[in-house]
Design a protein around this ligand. Sequence first.
Ligand code: AMP
Length: 590
Amino acid sequence: MEFSILADAFSKMELTTKRLELTQYLVELFKKTPHDVISRTVYLLQGKLRPDFEGVELGVAEKLAIRAIAKSAGLDNAEKKIEEEYRKSGDLGHAASKILEQKKQTTFIVEYITIERVYENLYTIAKLEGSKTQDRKIKYISGLLNDASPVEAKFILKILLGTLRLGIAENTVMDALAIAFTDNKENRKVLEHAYNVSSDLGKVAETIAKKGLAGIEEFKINLFNPIRPMLADRVKSEEEAIEKLGIKFAAEYKLDGERVQLHIEGDKVVLFSRSLENITSYYPDIVEKIPKTILAQKVILEAEAVAINENTGEFLPFQELMHRRRKYEIEKAVLQYPITVNFFDVLYYDGKSCLELEYKERRSLLEKIIKEDDFAKYVPMSYISNQNEIEEFLENSINSGCEGVMLKMLDKPYHAGARGSFWLKLKREYRNELGDSLDLVVIGAFFGKGRRTGKYGTFLLASCDYDTDTFTSICKVGTGFKDEDLDQIYQILSNKVTIKKNPRIDSKMEADVWFEPELVIEIVASEITLSPIHMAARNKIRKDTGLALRFPKFTGKIRLEKDADDASTNEEVLTLFKGQKKVAHDRNLM
Ligand code: AMP
């Protein structure tokens, strides 16, 4: 298929921020796409080559791209001219198309480039290793640019540089696939299940295109393909938990570590984070020790890896564990920051999915599969049948250094990729307090003054709105940051800056700089108030009014393990807001 069809669709999508229009453009595109290239098309439109968990990174630096464009342009002083254009527009893809336009006017293109060729070349570039990698990359890139039209060149570069930001959410892609191939948007639900068990949108697209709904319904779990994790709603009190769960349920310690999905076959172990990144290299100790404790051939398990004090066995906070996130000297970090692996679920066992099993069946299977030792443990669990028992369990959990408890319905399946009320989290600080913590997405920033000149001093944060698939502004925050925090956040955000606001961001407040909504940080606040400016839960309490955080403060936790879609939702914010009113009301009555 000609790459120009994709480039034209990208050009249209760049101009809109409306989800319905984006969906319509995608439907048109998918209908035109041959089934053999649809998975590649889906990856490319997300600016990727493969699903995230495979970790295929293009990693082309701007300097190298400029050299490749210059080579292809063949003009005098080409590099200088490109840099000048780049400075003007702030977009290297755009600069390339301008410069190449000058050349194309004098030459005649004979060959159309295809999606297949672009994809193959990009994939080769991503996989290049060894000597002269830089020169070989330049050769491939300029080879593509030579045959590309200026518009095609623009998008090839954006994909190469990781700056193709069309703001298309996975849900929008699935809506479009359902419409294009089944004529019914409602079938999104079936596609969602397939995506939740495979985490591979390209594969889902190819299956629906080639085999229709019947193929999607047969989608199976594959070992070493991560499953999208099940998430919990929050409750503020033991009373609320009992209201929602009845009187018989399981309570587990909520450990403050990193969620790890372990895929194991014999001695082969692959570990995925909560956001499905392959994190095997950070945990050589898990790879070495866990297979010896497993009584099964093939399994997928979920656990929380927690840093511990080796002398006392006590759990240490999450920040300790994050020292493991490094490229070099991992072996040293393993000795310096010892951990235990605390299992809480089993998703796949010897060739069969366990997702459909009830919680209590999965838990007893888990206890059969793992032999506990100093390193491998089950998360402490207790069956609860009244309020006193939760209180006691919560107390014990906090005393052993945990954040709170997870409460789980006994007869419910594992709902991959979903947040819902089958699992509830109850943290200590939620109980009747307003000083709550929320995980919020950094969507924009304002430049600092004084000591913070040249750095970002204040950030614009957003919560997640599931109904509209947007990130809604909820507060500006500038307190709680140490200088090291600001440096680190600045670093992380440096490759997330966007020229225009991402279409999924919903904010009336204008920031100095906008970012791709990706980074999540933890915030506490004194109160949630009604706000005419902020967009969180807008119109839910009062017309033209949203909710905002009062006196927000950064807690010191950058939640690298979380995706923006895992950030706190407006439903949670609304629950907290309502709870806070109830507490105030109860206090007034006392
Ligand atoms: P939160 O990050 O506050 O949304 O809480 C959910 C996270 O708690 C999960 O992603 C896990 O990393 C962690 N967690 C700790 N203990 C458990 C447990 N017993 N069951 C499930 N998740 C747990």
